[in-house]
Design a protein around this ligand. Structure first.
Ligand code: UD1
Ligand code: CA
Length: 461
């Protein structure tokens, strides 16, 4: 679309009582600013300028994979001042500008699209996105004249008791003609309760200069809820969780108790998958169909095939799990784990940066790191790949159809050839050729007729 966007994200968010910039506080595992940018990017503006200040470097780092430009507001003197700081980025631009706060993550892209389109139609110098809220406390109120035209915005702190009764609020989103914006932005003063340069004052100045303001009301007020403290953060997360879970359920996913299931809106889940309570699915995760997940499972940035079971208390980060695999209970899959189809990772097993071949099993109490395991392998209980010598990590290769006996220590780098076997309790330090048995333990001695030396021990006479 032929318009550009300014996103205001320079404030610290004092009411959050946090060192982390407010707009980076996560909602369902993702910084709230990213949700605003998602909505903005979906309507393809010509350019996006994010105004940063407090925690600027952290914000830039968080957004590093997104195509936006930055303007710096080194002192946070108010939202009007923040927009003024973006002026330099628009020197070569003449057209419409959408300005939004970085702290209203529930906003839908369709709403922003409708708002911009309406602005184009009405052909006013400035449009304002508003909503009616049952509890408008804390927001700037929208004052209309007898004809119903928007004439002013008054901040809560500057409002008279009568103005505080107004339920129509300023969402913090504006559509403005650039020429008008740069003309008016320098005229904003800071004579108010907070001694700040208020962006909403552009509306008041426009009215004074005889300009018409068009107010665009969002039917679903929930979309423009801002986050200023942690209580609002939790409330907004709850709404987003509901919205996301509802969509998944209607698409054929069973969520046993949606009140206690936390799924990021970016996650995709196939039909007939069942999600049990207390499960978190975050990041860039894809789950196939017919899976059973939970309860109390955490999955992040992972790809999960069809017909997979991930049982109680498993923790899965940046892993690939192919069709028909069984994971957990109590399994930990760390980044770069690849569990190929039909494999089984059982209780108290940790896998790191390893490939587990088709149909292979690591059923109990094992650590597998930096390993490549072939097909049809069985790893006995208590087996450990000793991948770290105190300085470097080393690789373990286990070829197809190997049988690793219980409690085997595989001291890497090491290779166990096709079809080989290791004896239980062995510490394997040399490569094992295909088909061989490697056993490393001292011979068992049996001393017959031996009786425990109990003499002198109290109560054992
Ligand atoms: C603002 C509006 C209010 C509106 C509400 C909607 C003003 C003065 N008031 O209030 O009318 O109802 O949003 O949620 O604008 N920011 C900067 N630089 C600054 C100050 C703020 O970039 O100097 C950024 C913040 O990071 C934030 C956004 O601007 O993303 C809004 O600031 P915030 O302090 O949350 O404004 P509100 O008090 O909520
Ligand atoms: Ca706010």
């Amino acid at each position: 679309m032929d318009f550009s966007v300014i996103v205001l994200a320079a404030g610290k968010g004092k009411r959050m009582k946090s060192e982390l910039p407010k707009v980076l506080h996560p909602i369902l595992g993702r910084p709230m600013l990213n949700y605003v940018l998602d909505a903005v990017m979906q309507i393809s503006p010509e350019r996006i300028i994010v105004v940063v200040g407090y925690g600027a470097d952290k914000i830039k780092e968080t957004l590093s994979s997104i195509k936006v430009k930055y303007a710096l507001q080194s002192k946070q003197l108010g939202t009007g001042h923040a927009v003024r700081c973006a002026k330099g980025a628009f020197r070569d631009y003449n057209g419409k500008i959408l300005i939004v706060n970085g702290d209203f993550p529930l906003i839908r892209s369709e709403t922003l699209k409708g708002f911009v389109e309406n602005h184009k139609k009405t052909n006013t110098g400035i449009s304002l996105l508003t909503a009616f809220l049952d509890s408008p406390e804390g927001y700037g109120r929208v004052v209309r004249n007898g004809k119903g035209d928007v004439i002013r915005i008054v901040e809560e702190k500057d409002a008279t008791p009568k103005e505080k009764m107004i339920k129509e609020i300023n969402s913090g989103a504006y559509c403005v003609e650039s020429s008008f914006l740069w003309d008016v932005i320098g005229k904003i003063g800071s004579k108010n309760e907070q001694k700040e340069y208020y962006l909403p004052d552009i509306v008041n100045i426009a009215t004074q200069s005889g300009k018409k303001i068009s107010g665009f009301i969002v039917p679903d007020g929930e979309e423009v809820l801002g986050v200023n403290n942690r209580e609002e953060l939790a409330r907004v997360e709850e709404r987003l969780r509901k919205r996301t879970n509802e969509k998944l359920m209607l698409s054929g996913v069973t969520i046993v108790n949606p009140e206690v299931t936390y799924i990021s809106p970016r996650v995709s889940i196939g039909a007939d998958t069942v999600i049990y309570p207390n499960t978190f699915i975050y990041g860039n995760t894809k789950v196939g169909k017919d899976c059973k997940i939970g309860s109390s499972v955490w999955i992040e940035d992972s790809e999960i095939g069809d017909d997979v079971t991930i049982a109680f208390s498993s923790y899965i980060i940046k892993a690939l799990i192919e069709d028909k695999s069984k994971i957990g209970p109590f399994a930990h899959l760390r980044p770069e784990s690849q569990i190929l189809s039909g494999a089984k990772i059982g209780n108290f097993v940790e896998i790191k940066k390893s490939k587990i071949g088709r149909g292979s099993k690591v059923p109990h109490l094992s650590y597998v790191g930096d390993a490549s395991i072939g097909e049809g392998v069985n790893i006995g209980a208590g087996t450990i790949t000793c991948n770290y010598d105190g300085f470097h990590k080393h690789e373990t290769i286990i070829e197809d159809n190997v049988f690793i006996g219980s409690d085997t220590m595989l001291v890497a780098p090491i290779k166990v050839g096709k079809g080989a076997t290791t004896g239980a309790g062995s510490t394997i330090t040399k490569d094992v050729p295909p088909g061989a048995l490697a056993i490393e333990r001292s011979k068992q001695q049996v001393i017959t007729g031996w009786k425990r030396k109990t003499k002198g021990k109290k109560g054992n006479e």
